[in-house]
Design a protein around this ligand. Sequence first.
Ligand SMILES: [Zn+2]
Length: 191
Amino acid sequence: MNVETSPFGHSHPWSRPLRTLTRVAVVAICAGVASAESPARLPWTTWSHTRPLSPGVINLIEGASERSLIVTRLMKELEATDLVVYVSDSMPGVNAGPKSNLAFLAREGGLRYVMVRIDFWRLSPPERIAALGHELQHALEIAAAPEVKSAASLAELYRRIGWEGHEGRFESGDAQDTGHRVRAQLDRSGV
Ligand SMILES: [Zn+2]
């Protein structure tokens, strides 16, 4: 579960599908920005700043809203920020390493956009909710840092508030802690 500052820039074998998916996401972003400064809530979601990109993620977000007070609080806090989080259920071509990540996408119309990817193939349903909590904590860390306007300034933020594991992959203690707390909460409630 990492903040990826340059997932699209390297010549990994999976860079092409990622670029394709990014184009899809950018089209969706433009459609959202064209109508208003603040993104409208989609009819099939509760939140306007946490935006699912697949039916599976709609179910994940609705399930998290029902089962995790921590994740619900994170999504509620995001509503009051300038950050919009797209959530994908796949990490194409990745079979090792982080099972979720976050990358900076764009700044447009007074809003900043990030992409969270959660690998549904490698995570159980409760682990997906915990991963969502982990990545949404990262999103709030970024929301609280208005100087983050690019992948490069995102890396600068995490050199300050977190640490760099592998090159271009960053982590923070608060995000790790949030994921663990969500998982513990789900275990206690028998989910
Ligand atoms: Zn992380």
